[in-house]
Design a protein around this ligand. Structure first.
Ligand code: A2P
Length: 270
């Protein structure tokens, strides 16, 4: 089954589910997981300088013999590299064995430094080395600052988002401003998979709790980036496009929100 895509507002599109590579650091395991993901039908891969696995992603894609143009690759500039964006990005391209990425993100809204770092990212985009550009972990006020004085609007904001951290105001703000939201840690790092509400909705649709969590991301118009190194789970996590959650399901899921943040907390960053 071909994966639906979302318009990035710049003439390009992004597949509606991505293979998340955070915490996939073991070389052999990471390469094998990329091959499994390709076999399962993923065409969208989400890595970052901070994940230390850009080169393993490249090795997995090469091993599988996939054509560069047939995959969507995202990487991110890590916080330590905000003062040397271009140099670090050149290294990322080398690691990824490519001359462009489909999406380049600033990984975190570092106060003061993020302004100039964005200018560098814009320059990379203008040079054709990043087809689309965006940010990650930006809250509304960070986006407000950026939208006020950017030359090129971010196409994407990638944030922690799942049924236990729903952030409806942030999602709405992004959507109102034409910014596509990507959901990282869409399975809340495996926390809460035993939630009875998810199990009940899963039973109704003949799906697992994880598939309900991922489908919820789709229903709210976001792009989930689930991580796994297990073949059966990798397959399960992409098998989310043959059913829909109804209003009753969505209302029940609204009730399990618990402001559960499993990763970085950007809410206090000015
Ligand atoms: P593993 O890699 O061993 O499969 P997130 O994407 O929210 O960061 O969550 C990733 C965590 O969830 C990992 O610990 C991963 O473990 C686990 N996981 C991924 N897919 C599934 C699944 N379908 N069922 C259960 N656990 C999963």
């Amino acid at each position: 089954m071909s994966i639906p895509t979302t318009d990035l507002g710049n003439g390009l599109s992004i597949p509606n589910v991505g293979f998340g590579l955070w915490k996939n650091k073991d070389e052999a395991e990471c390469i094998a997981s990329v091959e499994m993901a390709l076999k399962a039908g993923y065409t969208h891969f989400d890595t970052a300088q901070a994940y230390d696995n850009e080169q393993f992603l490249a090795a997995g894609l090469k091993k599988a013999g996939v054509d560069r143009k047939d995959v969507f690759i995202t990487t991110k500039i890590k916080v330590e590299n905000f003062l040397r964006v271009e140099k670090s990005f050149a290294k990322s391209l080398e690691n990824l064995d490519t001359d462009y990425v489909d999406l380049l993100l600033l990984h975190f809204p570092v106060t003061v430094l993020r302004h100039n770092a964005w200018k560098k990212v814009e320059a990379i985009h203008k040079a054709g080395q990043a087809k689309s550009i965006g940010v990650s972990n930006y809250m509304i006020r960070h986006l407000e600052h950026l939208l006020k004085d950017c030359e090129i609007k971010p196409a994407v904001n990638q944030v922690e988002l799942h049924v236990f951290l729903q952030q409806p105001e942030l999602v709405k703000y992004c959507q109102d401003n034409g910014i596509v939201v990507e959901a990282y840690s869409p399975l809340a790092h495996g926390k809460g998979l035993d939630d009875p509400v998810l199990a009940e909705i899963g039973k109704k649709h003949g799906k697992t709790s994880t598939q309900i969590m991922l489908r919820w991301c789709i229903e709210v118009g976001t792009i989930p980036l689930p991580k796994s190194t297990h073949e059966d789970r990798i397959q399960q996590n992409i098998d989310i496009f043959d059913f829909e959650l109804d209003e009753e399901d969505m209302a029940k899921i609204k009730g399990i929100e618990r402001n559960l943040r499993t990763c970085w907390d950007p809410t206090h960053i000015i």
